[in-house]
Unconditional design. Structure first.
Length: 99
């Protein structure tokens, strides 16, 4: 189709508990500070993509000092034109490419 594609891949966002999170529910923090919708969070918890200290995270899970939150997402990057990379300028110092 004349475009280059990156195969979708998983990425983990890792956060250590902030002092302001202690005593709050994980899903409330995700909704308020990470701007995740309630629907998305329900799906992420059900699919096991949201974990706390390596274990499953539930709707009532509360942060404690020292907790480690991992949020796994699947990244899908946009495709780019598959045109060849063009050399615009070749000199002793700079190398300028059009990609």
């Amino acid at each position: 189709d004349g475009r280059r594609h990156v195969v979708p891949y998983t990425h983990e966002f890792v956060s250590n508990t902030k002092g302001r999170w202690v005593g709050r529910k994980v899903l409330d923090v995700m909704r308020d500070e990470m701007l995740c919708s309630a629907e998305y969070l329900q799906e992420a918890v059900a699919a096991g993509r949201l974990t706390l200290n390596g274990g499953p995270c539930g709707a009532e899970t509360v942060f404690r000092h020292g907790d480690r939150l991992v949020h796994e997402v699947v990244r899908t990057e946009p495709s780019v034109p598959a045109a060849p990379i063009g050399l615009l300028l070749e000199a002793d110092d700079p190398l300028v490419l059009h990609k």
